[in-house]
Design a protein around this ligand. Structure first.
Ligand code: AMP
Length: 292
């Protein structure tokens, strides 16, 4: 397994692999790897001859510097996990490698970035899309794999790739969960034991909505009330958003659901009453399918 630090070196290797007729699959990450990331590696492995994984904690997508400081870093363990998973190249650029000191160029996507995480985290998607563009230009992959865990991010990247005509196939991997249902996230290590327990309300709320849909409920308001009720059972969870949206355009869902609809939730897990500590923001989602 090669560890590459520089864009020019990665581009040269991409050209060589391509000239030899080998396909490249890229898995972009911010490190602190877990089984969710590794499932994307597996997905890339099924589709391409070479699997490349990037590790870069992208400063421009953090709207809050404290959030970036608290972001976990486990580089040596990440390299071991990549080696075991059969990753061919880890691209781990330093911050100066990805942004020119006087960088002025951004890639931005319009309406689809406005709701959900875009509303909650100003500038977040501009940072995400700019770095994904740079990673695609650096690695020249045939396939790039992203997780449905970040559902809006995936929709925005698909939109950007279509709009700019990138010659890359975007592939989605399903959400990988702990045995009890919590979606794996690098941020979970920042949850204390009680917050970890209470964080289960996210997937419990999604389960409740899914059961209600299966029982014939189609009213958006009723479903959202149910979700808020479930999340409200955790005193340390504060809802950032809980919304129903079209899975592709991310437009608001109609009052009566008549097709597959994204239910997306984000919560802040707060430190115990009055105590200093980290607030951890968690997201989860499910596509609900009303009975026909
Ligand atoms: P991150 O390192 O959090 O930026 O995530 C890198 C990639 O892994 C993104 O495409 C995420 O959507 C994906 N990912 C993160 N958590 C999970 C998970 N639990 N299941 C599947 N994919 C995930």
């Amino acid at each position: 397994m090669r560890v590459i630090r520089h864009v020019a070196e990665l581009q040269q290797l991409a050209d060589r692999e391509r000239s030899l007729g080998r396909s490249i699959g890229l898995v972009p990450t911010m490190g602190a790897l877990h089984a969710g990331h590794l499932s994307l590696v597996e997905e890339a492995r099924r589709r391409t001859d070479r699997v490349w994984l990037s590790i870069f904690v992208n400063p421009t997508q953090f709207d809050d510097p404290k959030d970036m400081d608290a972001y976990p870093s486990t580089f040596e363990a990440d390299l071991r996990a990549c080696r075991e998973a059969g990753v061919d190249v880890v691209f781990a650029p330093g911050p100066d490698e990805m942004y020119e000191p006087n960088s002025q160029t951004w890639v931005d996507v319009d309406t689809i970035t406005r709701p959900l995480c875009g509303a909650a985290r100003p500038g977040h998607f501009r940072g995400v899309i700019t770095i994904v563009t740079k990673l695609l230009l650096a690695a020249k992959p045939h396939v790039a794999v992203f997780g449905e865990k970040d559902f809006q991010q995936l929709a925005v990247i698909r939109r950007m790739v279509r709009d700019l005509g990138f010659d890359v196939e975007i592939v989605a991997g399903p959400i990988v969960r702990e045995a009890d249902g919590l979606a794996l996230s690098s941020r979970n290590v920042n949850l204390d034991a009680e917050a970890r327990r209470q964080a289960l309300v996210l997937c419990q709320a999604l389960d409740a909505a899914e059961r209600a849909i299966a029982a014939g409920e189609t009213r958006s308001e009723a479903l959202l009330q149910l979700v808020k009720l479930e999340i409200g059972k955790a005193p340390r969870a504060e809802i950032d958003y809980a919304e129903l949206r079209d899975p592709e355009s991310l437009e608001a869902a109609p009052p009566e659901l008549d097709r597959a609809t994204l239910l997306a939730v984000a919560v802040f897990m707060r430190p115990p009453g009055g105590a200093a500590g980290t607030t951890v923001r968690l997201i989860d989602n499910r596509v609900l399918r009303p009975q026909q």
